[in-house]
Design a protein around this ligand. Structure first.
Ligand SMILES: Cc1cc2nc3c(=O)[nH]c(=O)nc-3n(C[C@H](O)[C@H](O)[C@H](O)COP(=O)(O)OP(=O)(O)OC[C@H]3O[C@@H](n4cnc5c(N)ncnc54)[C@H](O)[C@@H]3O)c2cc1C
Length: 454
């Protein structure tokens, strides 16, 4: 048994797998996917898989290229900004962008997954469900598989293998056994738990629909993203241990008391809070870096399998879909010269995925702590004023990452320069009118070249 000619075998029908698969079929390849889960279109999802994702420019671009975005309009809700809920139940709105087109889009992970699986199958991708890959012989591309329903084990010849199997990738695990494979994983000392705000009568949303709601509380936070069925998918991010942690919330009374005192305006909206809390597991968050992502033109890692990041910039899947865009561009340029395509892919992506990993960790502090701070909000106003005056040069970091497809590494570097500039310009002022525009102009022209857009 040896590698199947002309076939591409993907491991994982999560989010990147089906999108990549259908684009590969479009290019004339035969594509199959092995997925360990049961069919989510028929089986009720297990607790812990109902989070919502924020889709933005990079993800949307890839979905448009695949011809899927227009149809997805009915399952997304645009979020125009952050709605901050203070401990005193005061509400402040902070727009994400300059206008109504600069929004991020809330979508249920399950709805997105189902739409992608349907589209992949319609275009001829063969999806083997409940087939867990338990290993791979990388030199011959032979997969070890376990049927999750019967427990039966068998081997199968694979084509070129692309590991789209997420942050705990089996394919990466096999690469790790070989020499000269670099790998690091860093867990946050935080966990997350999914909760729900049900729809109110008539299926309406209990809070403003077109916003991402945040209850920032210093070193922890609650967030809520709208769903098309009138519910909100909430995520509570808390330290794993110590003060105000998951460890301490071990009884219904403790949970209710915690929410009542920390998120008082959210409690009346969550009638099943305690049941919900104990029904859902605590998830963990990890940053994974590794290299090389490919093996002898026979296997490649893509998406979270290559570079899992923490979720605080809402970029995990946007980055994974951008991986697909870049890989397909290289394939269109070089044809099926897999060595060239895979090494070019890693060269193009690694610096950028490392950058978004750093940006995502940095954004955790911003979301849970700084968004409620008056100085932070003032800096945001100055940022927008600078962008308005120098739109080619001063583009806020958030906009570069979210609304544009500026390489992440560029966004990180320019963001650091702009942060220093803002600190200098905002130091002694409290009103945008008092900005020293001469100094601003000098700084902008000396430190920021015009931004090149892909
Ligand atoms: C709490 C949270 C919030 C997030 N919010 C956002 C957000 O707002 N915006 C955003 O862009 N991203 C967000 N993300 C990140 C996003 O979910 C991931 O980046 C994205 O799902 C990665 O896609 P993927 O295809 O690489 O992996 P996955 O979507 O994880 O898919 C991997 C698939 O492989 C299957 N699989 C795994 N192992 C095997 C095996 N051995 N054999 C066969 N099949 C296997 C799995 O069952 C799964 O279906 C968030 C993540 C979390 C945890």
């Amino acid at each position: 048994m040896s590698q199947k000619n002309g076939m591409i075998t993907l491991i994982g029908a999560g989010l990147t797998g089906p999108l990549l698969a259908l684009e590969l079929v479009k290019r004339g390849f035969q594509v199959e996917i092995y997925e360990r889960r049961a069919d989510m279109r028929r089986v009720h999802m297990s607790a812990g898989r109902s989070i919502n994702l924020a889709l933005s420019a990079r993800g949307i671009h890839a979905l448009k290229q695949a011809g899927l975005w227009d149809d997805m309009q009915k399952i997304v809700i645009p979020m125009k900004g952050r709605m901050m809920h203070s401990a005193a139940s005061e509400i402040t709105f902070q727009p994400y962008g300059r206008n109504e087109s600069e929004v991020i889009n809330s979508i249920s992970r399950a709805d997105l997954n189902i739409a992608l699986m349907n589209a992949a199958e319609e275009r001829g991708v063969k999806v083997h469900l409940q087939m867990r890959c338990t290993g791979i012989d990388l030199s011959r591309n032979i997969l070890q598989l376990r049927d999750e329903e019967t427990g039966e084990k068998h081997s199968a010849a694979a084509g070129v293998v692309i590991g789209c199997d997420g942050s705990a990738s089996e394919i990466r695990g096999e690469m790790l056994k070989r020499s000269r494979f670099n790998f690091s994983q860093q867990y946050l000392d935080y966990g997350y738990k999914e909760l729900t705000i049900p729809a109110v009568c008539g299926g309406r949303h209990a809070l403003e629909t077109n916003a991402l709601h945040i209850w920032p509380r210093g070193n922890y936070m609650l967030i809520a993203l709208p769903n098309v069925d009138g519910t909100f998918a909430c995520i509570l991010f808390l330290p794993s241990g110590g003060r105000d942690s998951f460890e301490q919330l071990s009884t219904r009374a403790a949970v209710l008391e915690f929410f009542q005192s920390r998120f008082p305006d959210a409690v009346p909206l969550m009638p099943d809070l305690a049941d919900n809390f104990f029904a859902n597991p605590v998830g963990s968050m990890v940053t994974i870096r590794c290299s090389p992502w490919h093996f002898e033109g026979k296997a490649l890692l893509l998406g979270d399998a290559a570079h899992a990041i923490v979720p605080f910039f809402g970029q995990g899947i946007n980055c994974g879909f951008e991986d697909c865009t870049v890989l397909l561009e290289l394939l269109d340029r070089h044809g099926a010269d897999w060595n060239k395509v895979f090494s070019g892919f890693e060269r193009a992506r690694k610096e950028n995925t490392d950058a978004i990993a750093d940006l995502a960790i940095e954004n955790f502090v911003e979301m849970r702590d700084r968004v409620g701070d008056a100085r932070f909000l003032f800096r945001k106003k100055v940022e927008l004023a600078l962008q308005e005056k120098y739109p080619q040069r001063f583009v806020p970091k958030y906009a570069m990452v979210t609304f544009l497809r500026v390489p992440y590494a560029t966004a990180l570097k320019r963001g650091q320069v702009q942060d220093r500039m803002l600190t200098e310009l905002c130091e002694h002022i409290d009103r945008v009118e008092d900005l020293d525009w001469k100094k601003a102009e000098r700084l902008v022209y000396s430190e920021l070249s015009p931004l090149e857009l892909p």
